[in-house]
Design a protein around this ligand. Structure first.
Ligand code: PHE
Length: 341
């Protein structure tokens, strides 16, 4: 019996075989258990020698099983240690790296320059009320600017006669929101997305503007011009050539547009040379009606405002001849211009 079970335990290759051996020897119907039960039928003399011998055998087999279990666990651990390992000295696999979109880069840069000039940042919603986008800016319902701006209108429920909301056509409604919230004096910019149904080399249906305004007791066109020239030389470098051109906006009087000198020769867009000009900005002295819409008394305060096309600044700065490329999300293009790794 002893040889049989010790041999079986030694040969067991896994937990299950060990357990089988244990049941066969020490289980309820195991051979050794049965032999121990048979002790009762023996004579006292026989029992005296057989009893202790069986008990010793039982303990020996139990100990062998415990030792077998421990050996199996050791072997399993050794196997895991052999197969599961990590070489922490290996170099990492290269992971693709993200980068900041050129339009976001320019927005951040422009915001930083105006921060130096003391301008805070305001934001407004992209879905705007008809009043904030037009009426408050001195653009009454029949004004031609409403159609010139190629406005996207939001649908109203049938039978709802209120004027529809619009995708804001410019960042100028944030002038009104900022003034109603903060009052005068004021000095802030508002960068953001704007929308017009227009599409060609220099127009996309969604584009980015940056509005700015300054209101105080005695602000003039001269302050406006200084501020913008300061900005353009900080952004493009001192050699940039700007042109202020008389213009018209319903929300400013007088008004001026600013162009940047550039050349488109040979499909290349360059600044500071050639005799082309790209319009990048509208500006002027804020109209008294607009000040009133913003809760400001035009007899006590005056101010200037401007709105620039951020994407156009990016085109000029990076020599990108087609605005639409900025919004194609083509990684090859972004890499070619050094905008992505
Ligand atoms: N909102 C004008 C536009 O989108 C730009 C502008 C802003 C002009 C502020 C004057 C003052 O064209």
């Amino acid at each position: 019996l002893r040889e049989k079970y010790l041999g079986r335990i030694a040969a067991a290759g896994d937990e299950a075989e060990l357990e089988e051996a244990r049941l066969a020897a020490l289980g309820k119907k195991g051979e050794i258990s049965l032999a121990m039960r048979a002790l009762g039928a023996m004579s006292p003399e026989e029992r005296k020698t057989a009893g202790p011998a069986l008990n010793a055998l039982k303990d020996e087999i139990a100990a062998a099983i415990a030792a077998g279990r421990a050996a199996l666990a050791d072997a399993a651990l050794a196997e895991r240690l052999r197969t599961e390992w990590l070489d922490v000295t290996l170099p990492p696999r290269p992971a693709p790296q993200g980068s900041i979109h050129p339009v976001s880069q320019v927005t951040e840069e422009v915001t930083a320059i105006f921060a130096e000039l003391g301008f805070a940042v305001e934001e407004g919603p992209q879905i705007e009320t008809d009043w904030h986008n037009f009426d408050a800016l001195n653009i009454p319902p029949e004004h031609p600017t409403r159609t010139e701006m190629d406005t996207f209108y939001m649908a109203r429920a049938e039978g709802d006669e209120r004027p529809p909301h619009v995708l804001r056509t410019h960042t100028s409604p944030v002038q009104i929101r900022g003034l109603l919230e903060g009052g005068a004096p004021a000095r802030f910019i508002c960068p953001g997305r704007v929308y017009r149904a227009d599409y060609d080399q220099t127009h996309t249906p969604m584009f980015h503007q940056l509005e700015g305004l300054a209101i105080d007791r005695d602000i003039s066109m001269a302050n406006l011009k200084w501020c913008l020239e300061e900005f353009f030389s900080a952004f493009f470098g001192a050699s940039v050539k700007t042109r202020f051109r008389a213009s018209h906006f319903p929300f400013t009087e007088p008004s001026a547009e600013v162009d940047i000198q550039c050349s488109w020769a040979g499909g290349q867009l360059r600044i500071g040379e050639g005799d082309d000009w790209m319009e990048v900005l509208g500006s002027g002295m804020i109209h008294p009606h607009v000040l009133r819409s913003g809760g400001i008394d035009p007899d006590a305060w005056q101010g200037f405002a401007f709105g620039m096309g951020i994407d156009r600044l990016a085109m000029l700065k990076y020599g990108v001849p087609d605005l639409r490329a900025f919004f194609d999300s083509d990684l090859r293009w972004l890499r070619h211009f050094g905008f992505a790794a």
